[in-house]
Write a protein that binds this ligand. Structure first.
Ligand SMILES: [Zn+2]
Length: 86
């Protein structure tokens, strides 16, 4: 689901493959704030100078990505865990 202010987590699919080496939009992530488990592709992504992924249930910032020169840095500070689907 998207609106004018955000897109869904599938927008970060290519970047997640770059970082994790596999498809991750169907991976499960547990929000560190409310404990809800969502597929990463179902989380909300707000794009600006970096990408901010938020829990669709409580709005907690789950993952932030920032391009620093030619590298991408990922801050997964708002997820308790991420589990790829086999
Ligand atoms: Zn949450």
């Amino acid at each position: 689901m998207t609106d004018a202010t955000h897109v869904d987590g599938n927008a970060l699919g290519g970047l997640l493959i770059e970082v994790f080496g596999r498809e991750m939009t169907d991976a499960h992530g547990c929000c560190a704030s409310c404990g809800t488990v969502n597929q990463l592709g179902a989380m909300r992504v707000y794009r600006s100078a970096g990408d901010v992924m938020r829990c669709p249930t409580c709005g907690n910032v789950t993952i932030v990505t920032v391009a620093i020169q030619e590298h991408t840095r990922v801050y997964p500070a708002g997820v308790r865990w991420i589990e790829p689907v086999a």
